[in-house]
Design a protein around this ligand. Structure first.
Ligand code: SAH
Length: 251
């Protein structure tokens, strides 16, 4: 059996219990070496075959997974954060399906959740935004034209930008072009949950220069929106005058 496992954002104790158990039983681990914390490999049993996918192609990864399966071994394909976000797992799952090799997926804590935790923020503040847009600036990987950053920006929703901290200037320009006011709060969270974590806070007008001054060009998320500010309404969920299925109004 092949297990796709989300490693979490970096801190080794942010993997799920299930993910840690699967690592502890694996005959083979293929990990995304550019972002997965190598500390997690200490969970591997002795004799486990370990490969870093950073230098491998899709064909090479599938070949290794097939060889584990042919030898009756359980293999873990360890992806950073949650594998469903920019994880390139669909193509691997489809190849395994073609080969008749069974697999399952164990989710992980995505870095956009760890970044909110680091910033002490909640993406969905009442009266501010009830929507989180997860996207990226177009780079060498194209983004469908209907999802242009400037058109997504027109909603002024909470936004978490992956894979874009190397393109801060053009990202901020597209956000402004799309309609966020220049004083919209912005943050850059570098290596959320790692010991070297940094949280920079500013506005769309200032954040690119702040990231440049700290020399941050990768392994960072750009967070945008008024959810990073101080104005919001209290939730209905805990409002004493609001009844819901689990609590009657007391006021
Ligand atoms: N599947 C991963 C994302 C992989 S794409 C997840 O769910 O988090 C790689 C991008 O994720 C990086 O360029 C960066 O934008 C972001 N990223 C991954 N780990 C991060 C971390 N610990 N802190 C901040 N950003 C991170």
């Amino acid at each position: 059996m092949i297990h796709f496992v989300g490693a979490g954002p970096g801190a080794p104790d942010l993997i799920t219990l299930r993910g840690a158990k699967l690592l502890g039983e694996a005959g083979m681990i293929i990990y995304a070496g550019s972002l997965v914390n190598p500390e997690l490999l200490k969970l591997a049993p002795s004799g486990c075959e370990i490969y870093n996918s950073a230098s491998m192609t899709l064909d090479e990864v599938i070949e290794k997974l097939k060889s584990a399966h042919d030898r009756g071994m359980d293999a873990v394909r360890l992806h950073t954060g949650d594998p469903s976000i920019y994880g390139a797992i669909r193509e691997q799952m489809d190849r395994l399906k073609e080969l008749g090799i069974p697999y399952d997926v164990t989710p992980g804590v995505s870095s956009f959740c760890a970044a909110a935790a680091a910033a002490g923020a909640e993406y969905t503040l009442p009266s501010v935004s009830q929507t989180v847009i997860i996207t990226r600036m177009e780079g060498r990987t194209p983004v469908p034209p209907r999802e242009k950053l400037s058109s997504l920006a027109s909603h002024q929703a909470s936004m978490a930008l992956f894979l874009s901290s190397g393109l801060m200037e053009s990202t901020c320009a597209a956000l402004l072009e799309g309609g966020y006011p220049p004083d919209t709060p912005a943050a850059v969270v570098y290596k959320a949950s790692w010991p070297e974590q940094k949280v920079l806070r500013g506005t769309i007008a200032t954040i690119a220069a702040q990231a440049e001054a700290e020399n941050i060009h990768n392994t960072a998320l750009i967070l945008i929106g008024r959810f990073l500010g101080n104005d919001y309404e209290l939730s209905k969920l805990y409002d004493a005058s609001f009844s819901h299925g689990f609590r009657a109004a007391s006021k």
